[in-house]
Structures are given as C-alpha cells and as structure tokens.
Design a protein around this ligand. Structure first.
Ligand SMILES: C[S@@+](CC[C@H](N)C(=O)[O-])C[C@H]1O[C@@H](n2cnc3c(N)ncnc32)[C@H](O)[C@@H]1O
Length: 218
C-alpha cells in the first residue's frame, strides 16, 4: 500500500513537471553531465555492432535518446516512462528532429514490470530515475530479464556516498521529493549481483552534483 502511494506521488510530480522539464536549472547541473557520461558508455558498447537495441527507462522527455541518435549512433531506441506527459513530450520531440526521430519509440510503463520479451535489448540505461522506484531490486531484475546475454545495464543516479552527494541527495532531495531512496555503491553492487549480473563496475563523475554510474554485464 505504502509502495503504491510512493509511486502515485512520483507520477503526480512528473506529470506536472513534464512541460517545463527541459528548461529546468537542473539540466546543466545534473542531467547534461549524466547524459555525457552515459553517451560515452553507449558509444563503447554500440561500436562495431550492425544492430543495436537500447531501452532507456525513466526516459523523461527523451533528451538522452535524441542525443544518442544525433551523435551518429545507428540504433533502435525505446524510451519508457511512468508519466504520460513525459512520454507525450518525448514523442513530440522525436517528431521534430527529422529522420533521426524515426528510430525512436516511446511508451508509458513501469520499471518494475517491463512490457518487453526476455533477452530483447543490447543495452538498458536509466538516469536520475532509479531513486523513485519503490521496489528497486524488482526493477533491476526486470532490466536483467530484458537484456540479451552479454547485454549491459547502466544506471546513473546521485552518488550519496560522497559527502556533498549525501547532503544533496539524502538530505535535500529527500526532503523535497520524499520517500525516494538513493542507493549506496555497495547497495547497487549487491542488487546487481542478486539480479544475476556477472560483472559489475562503477564510476564516479559530476562536480556540482556527484554522480554514480553502475554498469552490469548480463
Ligand atoms: C528526474 S526524471 C529523469 C529523466 C531522464 N532520465 C533524465 O535523466 O533527464 C525521472 C523520471 O523517472 C520517471 N519514473 C519515476 N518512477 C518510474 C517508474 N516506476 N517507472 C518508469 N519511470 C519512472 C519519472 O516519470 C521521470 O520522468
């Protein structure tokens, strides 16, 4: 019941934020550095592959996927988000960006119950969204399920083990967003292993807003 209430709160928050999301001050401080970090990793994974299917979970207005295609990557990308208004903005954006937009599709859905066949994607990404999921282990299990063998999961979220990150994410973000949970480095590793990832690596990035990237190989 409590988990359901937390999810409803998230949906309400993001349905109303969708229209102004792309103009938020957080874009330059938090979201852009996350996209940069993820884009470098996606390039590494997609290099040399003739077909590459990627899913971005909690995709918001689809900016990261648009950046992937604009950077020259030839791939089929899907964005999933629980907020209908975010998906509406993402779809509108994909229609505005010309031929690149045709490789993108967006759908409303929940990270804890992914509407895809097992072993479908080469890579799953998730940025600045994971701390909203009430059942985080279930989400990681779902992410693992939809990945091909040797596929990669990349989750980027606030780095709460860093002293500044603790203040920003565990104190301030928690006070504003309520009932969110930023995982520690150790919690991410434990969850990835429990969900069946073979190899898990982590990277820290970000200046004003410390970020933690966790990468798992299925
Ligand atoms: C801060 S935004 C991040 C958007 C984008 N990934 C980025 O980095 O700019 C968090 C997004 O997660 C989505 N979200 C929250 N809970 C979710 C869930 N259970 N399943 C899928 N998306 C969810 C929200 O609707 C919102 O669009």
């Amino acid at each position: 019941m409590e988990l359901h209430r937390n999810k409803t709160r998230s949906i309400r928050e993001f349905e109303s934020w969708a229209q102004s999301y792309d103009h938020s001050i957080l874009n330059s401080l938090l979201f852009e550095p996350s996209y940069k970090l993820m884009l470098a990793e996606v390039h590494k994974q997609a290099r040399g592959k003739s077909t590459f299917r990627m899913l971005d979970i909690g995709c918001g207005t689809g900016t990261f996927l648009a950046k992937c295609l604009a950077s020259g990557l030839k791939m089929e990308v899907t964005g999933l988000d629980i907020a209908y208004n975010m998906i509406r903005q993402a779809t509108y954006k994909s229609e505005q960006i010309g031929p690149n937009g045709s490789g993108m599709s967006f759908m409303v859905g929940d990270a804890e119950h992914l509407p895809f066949a097992s072993g479908y994607f080469d890579m799953v990404t998730c940025s600045n969204s994971f701390h909203h999921y009430p059942n985080q282990l279930q989400s990681v299990r779902e992410m693992r399920r939809v990945l091909k063998c040797n596929g990669q999961l990349l989750i980027v979220d606030g780095h709460r083990d860093d002293p500044l990150g603790y203040l920003i994410f565990d104190v301030c973000v928690d006070a504003v967003e309520k009932h969110v949970h930023h995982c520690s480095r150790r919690q991410f590793i434990k969850m990835f292993k429990e969900a069946g990832f073979q190899k898990v690596t982590q990277r820290m990035a970000g200046l004003c807003f410390p970020l933690l990237a966790t990468l798992g190989k299925a």
